[in-house]
Design a protein around this ligand. Structure first.
Ligand SMILES: Nc1nc2c(ncn2[C@@H]2O[C@H](COP(=O)(O)OP(=O)(O)OP(=O)(O)O)[C@@H](O)[C@H]2O)c(=O)[nH]1
Ligand SMILES: [Mg+2]
Length: 476
């Protein structure tokens, strides 16, 4: 037996074996297809922590001819005591032939000492013809557990469980595409019970995984805080010759500035995807695309979403000059009360030179040099909504990525109907408002302290289950 436990994932073709391997090993490279017979040879996928393999999962081809194989075994059995030997004899007989190719391949790792994870599809009814493969697995004498996966919405787990209980010491439900971290830990705890020799190494793996999970959370919180600081402090300055006008550069400056902010958000997202081992394995293949949130950071719809109502945002502090803002609606053209109020708030703060729309940063003249040269600056982005939108998008992205099973290969889309920040505790909102405002003013200065505190607050938010976050952070 190897120094760490090995589990062969076994079952009939197209039942989600590779999906379970991919989810458990957090590996996007495992081949998963809707067509039967995708996995042709056994392949090992380690669960690695800190460069060390703690458990190996073996993806295997599916059973194709179990009843015929069982008939062969029965014909060669002398007594129940020699069943394992007969399976070995089956391997020796057919290993180099064209017969029972898949059965030989899938049985080999089991006979080499791997435990069995037998996968069935609980969305389809149980049929007696599954008994042959279960019986063969029993003949191997290896520790074995059954997993009821669901490739669909229907639930036949009741009848499956009755049958599986006859052949497997542990039977669990495990949805390859919808498991949480806790589900994975529960599964490992079940592995621990399968074999005395595996108890300690599996126990250790569970501990490693839990530590790793916390590490990821800390790193992600820090990365989000860093992104917010980058975004809220970024500005760009330009020195104009006396004969040049801001208008000569305006659209170029605005485009580049906002593009820069988009890229920084995107970079933070891809770093977080990496922390959770979601990597794009093939950029050409659309089906294996990594999570992509299509909404543009500065799209109007983005600024309308996430439950950030005008009232909530105004409650967050963007009220200075709100009255003047109301009057400015006509000037800005077609803007809502909120847009007007926020523009007003900016005006109240003074020195606003040009407006585009409220979701874009404006260019300001900040002084003049000798010889009539002028300096203009775009950024930092002063809109009070901006940090909240960034934070909300970051939280949505984080929870989606963290909870996204590696076996899911469709494109992850941002659910834009429910945000988190609107429901944060009033005290948390207040502290964040203060940090955001400090940061916006501190462009170019030392922001380390604010970033650390921001990381701590975000770390708290990330600890929660995404669904429970709203409940946990209800208003005071
Ligand atoms: N909805 C849903 N689909 C799943 C789930 N598990 C697997 N599938 C789908 O079922 C199909 C087969 O999945 P695989 O993981 O390739 O199955 P397999 O048993 O390895 O198949 P072979 O290698 O061909 O024997 C794929 O289209 C998967 O996306 C699940 O939990 N939910
Ligand atoms: Mg497969």
């Amino acid at each position: 037996m190897k120094s760490h436990p090995q589990f062969a994932v076994i079952g009939r073709v197209n039942k989600g074996k590779s999906s379970i391997v991919s989810t458990l090993a957090e590996d996007d490279s495992v081949q998963i297809e809707s067509a039967a017979g995708t996995t042709k040879v056994c392949q090992e996928f380690p669960i690695r922590i800190d460069g060390r393999t703690v458990i190996t999962l073996i993806d295997t081809p599916g059973f194709q001819q179990a009843p015929r194989a069982l008939a062969w075994l029965n014909a060669h059995q002398v007594s129940a005591a020699d069943r394992r030997a007969v399976v070995q004899q089956f391997l020796t007989t057919f290993k180099n032939s064209d017969d029972f190719v898949d059965e030989c391949r899938l049985l080999q790792p089991i006979m080499d000492g791997a435990g069995i994870l037998y996968v069935v599809d609980g969305a389809r009814p149980f049929r007696r013809n599954y008994e042959a493969e279960m019986e063969i697995l029993r003949w191997t004498g290896q520790p074995r557990m059954a997993l009821i996966n669901y490739i669909g919405e229907t639930d036949f787990s009741g009848e499956w469980k009755q049958a599986l209980d006859q052949y497997f010491s542990v039977v669990r439900q495990f949805n390859a595409q919808k498991v949480s971290f806790e589900d994975r830990i529960l599964l490992l705890q079940a592995f621990r019970e399968l074999h005395e020799d595996w108890r300690e190494p599996v126990e250790q793996s569970i501990q490693f995984l839990q530590d790793e999970w916390q590490r990821r959370q800390r790193f992600a919180a820090h990365r989000i805080a860093e992104m917010l600081v980058e975004e809220l402090t970024y500005y760009h300055e330009l020195t104009l010759e006396p004969y040049e006008k801001v208008e000569d550069y305006r659209s170029d400056l605005e485009v580049k500035f906002h593009e820069h902010l988009r890229k920084r958000e995107q970079k933070a997202r891809s770093d977080i995807e990496k922390i959770y081992q979601h990597v794009l394995i093939n950029k050409q293949e659309k089906e294996i695309a990594k999570p992509i949130f299509n909404q543009d950071l500065f799209a109007e719809s983005t600024w309308d979403m996430l439950g950030l109502s005008a009232v909530q945002l105004l409650g967050l502090g963007a009220v200075g000059g709100a009255v003047a803002g109301g009057a400015l609606d006509a000037v800005v053209g077609g803007s809502s009360f909120m847009a007007g109020a926020i523009t007003g708030a900016l005006l109240g703060a003074g020195s606003v030179f040009y407006f585009s729309t409220n979701r874009f940063a404006s260019i300001e003249a900040i002084g003049s040099y000798l010889q009539g040269k002028n300096i203009v600056r775009i950024g930092p982005h002063k809109n009070k909504n901006f940090p909240w939108i960034l934070l909300d998008r970051a939280l949505l992205h984080y929870f989606s990525v963290r909870d996204w099973a590696h076996s899911r290969r469709e494109t992850l889309v941002l659910q834009n109907d429910s945000g988190y920040v609107g429901d944060l505790r009033q005290s948390t909102k207040r502290e964040l408002t203060q940090i955001f405002s400090t940061l916006t003013k501190k462009a170019g200065k030392n922001t380390q302290e604010a970033q650390i505190r921001l990381g701590e607050i975000i770390g708290e938010l990330l600890l929660h289950d995404s669904k429970k976050l709203n409940e946990a952070y209800q208003k005071d």
